[in-house]
Unconditional design. Structure first.
Length: 131
């Protein structure tokens, strides 16, 4: 039995992928904190990733067809509209805000891995009976 075929494990994996992408964007923001004109970036909400990957989404069968609004299912990186401030040189990265985001991502990643592990334990218990 493939764990990837189960919706719970797919969702947990997507969540961890999204959180990893978010951590990478935060690291890039911090690396460019002193770059004039750099705009802080953020990832699209997790809901967009899940909505874009649903199996019922409309698929294009020909290159000239109009794309649906469901999205590609990939993590989108965009300019952070919620950046706290912009400095005189046009840089919108605030280290305090990026530190808070990194901390939130870390906590969410720990929770996602814990839930993934618990799901695996429950599956093992269901298949094997006693632990």
């Amino acid at each position: 039995m493939k764990l990837d075929s189960m919706t719970f494990f797919q969702l947990a994996s997507k969540r961890m992928q999204w959180l990893g992408a978010g951590q990478q964007v935060v690291a890039e923001n911090i690396a460019n904190a002193n770059t004039p004109g750099f705009k802080a970036r953020d990832v699209s909400p997790f809901e967009n990733l899940v909505e874009g990957s649903r199996t019922g989404a409309v698929k294009r069968t020909h290159a000239s067809h109009i794309a649906g609004s469901g999205g590609s299912g990939d993590v989108r990186v965009m300019t952070d509209e919620a950046a706290w401030e912009t400095s005189i040189d046009g840089n919108s990265v605030t280290l305090e805000q990026q530190t808070l985001k990194a901390s939130e991502i870390s906590g969410s990643y720990q929770l996602a891995t814990l839930l993934y592990g618990k799901g695996h334990q429950l599956l093992s218990l269901a298949v094997g009976g006693q632990r």
